[in-house]
Design a protein around this ligand. Structure first.
Ligand code: CP
Length: 312
């Protein structure tokens, strides 16, 4: 099967139409054995290309999986080390990009704490450069959105219209929720429920078309997919949530609460998890959890995206 589609940049799920998104998921499914290292060799469509991981915020899953994805496709990978870079001497992000472009790099995977940074860089980058948003502020995390849709599709099939999806937790500060909600709407998800303490709900535009629930129980009851989100304290004003204990008591996904969902419901979490805060150990490690599968799918989805960018 060929690369999903030529793609200049991936900044936001809105860069894709439904056919484009589904083509990337199809391609990721095909690439999964190679992504996980079980099928070495194969085509090397990124041979001769350099992928730069430019991460200005911490990451385990996204950065490692982009590196593995790029290497599996034959690219040279440069992991930019922010701590020892000239950004510490005042070099701007734009000049950093121009500097790396001047060395021949052409695919840039960028994570940054500020909303909109990747779109701003896309507006000034060289014509041959391709940018991927690996998470900007609380705005977007499109490859997480794609891997989450792939995971749901693997368990629940292609008819998203039949599904009830519950997203619970800190939606206000979550770029994952913003990308997942756009992707779910694009795929025609039947019912999308969101639930959070009032201070952790996002602006109404983000949850357009969703059922806003006042408790985790209301959100989870009868759901096919239950996703919990981390409390993003790094983006939160001090004191917004009184304590981890009270949050877990009121909003934590426990086995008792999960029992309200459909018996075949899947449990998702984008990671990193705060166990005992938004999710109980018994749920995170339980038979309905697909959290590690999400991570595996991340490598395949990022291969599909890099391949599409490399042919764009
Ligand atoms: N889900 C996610 O973005 O995880 P990392 O912060 O570890 O990349």
């Amino acid at each position: 099967m060929p690369a999903a589609l030529p793609l200049r940049h991936l900044i936001c799920i809105d860069d894709l139409d439904r056919a484009g998104l589904e083509a990337l998921l199809d391609r990721a499914d095909t690439l999964l054995p190679r992504a996980l290292g079980g099928s070495p060799g194969g085509e090397q469509p990124l041979a001769g290309k350099t992928v730069v991981n430019l991460f200005f915020e911490p990451s385990t899953r996204t950065r490692s999986s982009f590196e593995l994805a790029a290497r599996r496709l034959g690219a040279t990978v440069l992991n930019f080390d922010m701590a020892s870079s000239s950004t510490r001497k005042g070099e701007t992000l734009t000049d950093t990009l121009f500097t790396l472009e001047a060395m021949g790099a052409e695919i840039f995977v960028i994570r940054h704490a500020s909303d909109g940074v990747v779109a701003q860089l896309a507006a000034v980058c060289a014509p041959r450069s391709h940018l991927v948003n690996a998470g900007d502020g609380r705005s977007q995390h499109p490859t997480q959105g794609l891997l989450d849709m792939l995971t749901i599709r693997q368990h629940k099939g292609r008819d998203f219209g039949a599904l009830t999806v519950a997203i619970v937790g800190d939606l206000r500060h979550s770029r994952v929720a913003r990308s997942d909600l756009r992707a779910l709407r694009l795929l025609g998800a039947g019912t999308i429920r969101v639930a959070a303490p009032e201070v952790l709900l996002p602006e109404p535009e983000v949850t357009r078309g969703c059922v806003v629930c006042s408790s985790i129980e209301e959100a989870v009851r009868g759901a096919d997919v239950v996703m919990t989100l981390r409390l993003q304290r790094e983006r939160m004003e001090e004191g917004l949530v009184s304590s981890a204990e009270s949050y877990f008591r009121d909003w934590g996904l426990t086995p008792e609460r999960l029992a309200l969902a459909r018996p075949d419901a899947i449990v998702m979490h984008p990671g990193p998890m705060n166990r005992g805060v938004e999710i109980a150990d018994a749920v995170a490690d339980g038979p309905q959890s697909v959290i590690r599968q999400q991570v595996s799918n991340g490598v395949a989805v990022r291969m599909a995206v890099l391949e599409a960018l490399g042919s764009g």
